[in-house]
Write a protein that binds this ligand. Structure first.
Ligand SMILES: [Zn+2]
Length: 243
């Protein structure tokens, strides 16, 4: 009898998402986080910025917008069953690939000790936000080799933190997906979470859900059997298990 293929992420218990802005994890794979949370996995978000440039309101300022967007993200995370959201306080539009930013992620990896880290695709050719690119590169570099090697960021050892080997990196919403996760059971929860980002998405829930489903149109022809158009999330995976 042929061996059943492993369900992506099934082996893991602790998940850490590392992305640039409030709403990035909910948009790109909130359905998967809701599914994992319902299965009892422990999930936290680490966001480089508080999204303080995300407005076209002429009366809004970054100082006023940041706490609004943090509040929206905390509500969205709660709707999905995500346990905690950590904001690293980098300026929106100003996320740079630095040793300091990477060190912040390394420290959180050594504290939380995730089995899987989820980030975005830093290598998309088009429609790529500079913050997404830099956040994803720092997240991937933090996993390998920095968090694994005790002589990287040795100050963490003095704080009592051990090195940590993350098992897999999931790249959410990549240009060329390797596999899809079926989120039809948590699709409405994902919309609930996204509607918490009121400053970004407005009030039209039905219109928004339709638009969201339309965004993944290009994959509909290649979906595994039984998948519903628009109710799936796309990934690639880098595995460090058994290495
Ligand atoms: Zn973003």
């Amino acid at each position: 009898m042929a061996e059943e293929p492993e369900v992506p992420g099934a082996w893991a218990q602790k998940i850490m998402a590392v992305m640039a802005h409030p709403d990035d994890p909910d948009f790109s794979c909130g359905g998967t986080f809701a599914k994992w949370a319902a299965e009892g996995k422990e999930i936290i978000y680490v966001l480089f910025t508080s999204g303080d440039k995300g407005t076209s309101d002429p009366g809004m300022t970054p100082d006023r917008l940041a706490p609004i967007r943090e509040q929206e993200e905390r509500a969205a995370a709660k709707a999905l069953g995500v346990k905690d959201v950590i904001f690293l306080g980098h300026p929106d539009g100003g996320v740079e690939d630095t040793a300091e930013g990477r060190g912040q992620v390394v420290k959180l990896i050594r504290e939380f000790r995730p089995d899987i880290l989820v980030t975005m695709d830093p290598f998309r050719r088009y429609t790529q936000h500079r913050d997404h690119r830099h956040a994803a590169i720092m997240a991937m570099d933090a996993v390998f080799p920095y968090a694994r090697d005790r002589l990287s960021y040795p100050e963490h050892e003095q704080m009592g933190l051990e090195p940590h080997k993350v098992g897999e990196v999931f790249i959410s919403g990549p240009e060329e997906p390797e596999f899809f996760i079926d989120v039809r059971d948590t699709f409405e929860t994902k919309i609930d979470a996204l509607m918490c980002h009121r400053s970004q998405v407005g009030e039209d829930r039905a219109g928004f859900a339709e638009r969201l489903q339309g965004m993944s149109r290009r994959f509909n022809a290649n979906l595994p059997e039984g998948y519903e158009p628009g109710k799936f999330e796309a990934f690639r995976k880098i595995s460090y298990r058994q290495r």
